[in-house]
Design a protein around this ligand. Structure first.
Ligand code: SAH
Length: 369
């Protein structure tokens, strides 16, 4: 610890509206400054306090002394033939995370990361194979939205972020403390002002934090289900061994009851010969019977060493039909950005794996051989 540690500048990107008001109170300023400065930072993308012209000179100076605006930096940038854009952003500690923008006719969806790598071990996900390093800070999470807003404005092609999905690297509910303030900024009218229906948190089912989330948030919830029974889900989403389906579904019912007219979006990755039979579809339809639901089928995106293949187009179509006939709104996700490895489950970033997962895996393979 250095002696100037307690005077280290506060990164204002770490603060939601309430925390920003607290910050201004702490430096002896009126709370309404929070609104002004949030708009400068998040809506006008200004990082230089001197450019915040409706603040007095002494206040700008005070901010320069006490605060900073520190963002993740792009180290790599790619655009897919379908217009999907992917950035690799360097974050503190020599790691990098991936950020993906998916343009569609009527919206622009930004896929945001919550952790460097992921500590869960879903068998079909390439982020899992990278292991885990650390949680991102609120600044690093909201910084992704700010970064993309600025980069898209600079492009000058009229593209902008209209939707955010917390579906990048990491399990957002395993980083509850930093993710919640970041999602609050996404919907805050002094920051990004997105509707709560256009901000979606996706979880693989961290049940206790789903209840905590219901207390403080009403953004959209997506659940990575991928299997209609415990035996299969235990295998492909190992978190299910800790929080089995009955528990998960109860948490979903609770979330829906807290936010009227809200539906759960179920994500279901289509794995050839694993979870994609007619019987699985019927089991799924019965399972979700009493929950307001939308089902999103995701064609599996392969990655090197993946133990699965994607179901055929006909199989996915048939699976979808069974669910639709049972009354479910069912969509099949278009695979976007796969030529730049920006598709679901292909995000790998650069993760200094502290869990040493790959080493453990190769060790256990040696034992198995
Ligand atoms: N940990 C959270 C957030 C990550 S979201 C969660 O699991 O929900 C990433 C989404 O892409 C999840 O639905 C995940 O199951 C899906 N996915 C992961 N790997 C994939 C792959 N190889 N092909 C298609 N979808 C994949």
């Amino acid at each position: 610890m250095t002696s100037n540690e307690h005077t280290a500048p506060v990164n204002l990107l770490d603060l939601d509206f309430e925390a920003m008001q607290g910050f201004f109170a702490d430096i002896g300023e009126k709370p309404f400054r929070a609104k002004q400065v949030m708009q400068w930072i998040h809506q006008r993308c200004v990082s230089d306090f001197e450019a915040m012209t409706d603040l007095s000179k002494p206040l700008r100076q005070k901010l320069g002394d006490a605060a900073e605006i520190r963002m993740p930096q792009a180290v790599f940038d790619q655009e897919s033939v379908d217009g999907t854009r992917k950035w690799l952003l360097a974050v503190d500690g020599g790691n990098a995370i991936e950020l993906v923008f998916i343009p569609e006719a009527s919206r622009g969806t930004l896929c945001v990361s919550s952790q460097v790598g992921c500590a869960l071990d879903c068998k079909f996900c390439s982020t899992a194979q990278q292991g885990f390093n650390r949680n991102l800070t609120t600044a690093e999470i909201i910084g992704q939205v700010r970064f993309a807003a600025q980069a898209l404005a600079d492009e000058g092609r009229g593209r902008r972020v209209t939707n955010v999905v917390m579906m990048g690297m990491g399990e957002p509910l395993a980083n509850f403390k930093a993710v919640m303030p970041a999602t609050r900024l996404m919907v805050d009218r002094y920051a990004y002002g997105l509707s709560r229906r256009r901000v979606t948190l996706s979880t693989s089912g961290l049940v206790p934090n789903m209840y905590r989330m219901a207390e403080v948030s009403d953004i959209s919830l997506a659940v990575s289900l991928h299997a209609p029974n415990d035996a299969l889900r235990d295998e492909i989403v190992p978190l299910n061994q800790r929080h089995p389906l009955a528990e998960l579904l109860a948490a979903c019912r609770h979330y829906v009851s807290q936010t009227p007219h809200h539906k759960i979006t179920w994500e279901y990755v289509m794995l050839d010969g694993v979870n994609d039979s007619d019987a699985h579809a019927r089991e799924l339809a019965a399972l979700l019977d009493d929950i307001p639901s939308k089902i999103n089928l995701i064609p599996f995106n392969p990655f090197p060493g993946a133990p699965y293949e994607c179901s055929s187009r006909e199989r996915i179509e048939r699976f979808s039909q069974i669910l639709q006939r049972a009354g479910y709104i069912t969509t099949t996700r278009k695979t976007r950005g796969d030529d730049i490895d920006g598709a679901c489950g292909q995000l790998v970033g650069r993760v200094d794996d502290r869990t040493k997962r790959r080493e453990r895996q190769s060790a256990s393979q040696e034992v198995a051989v």
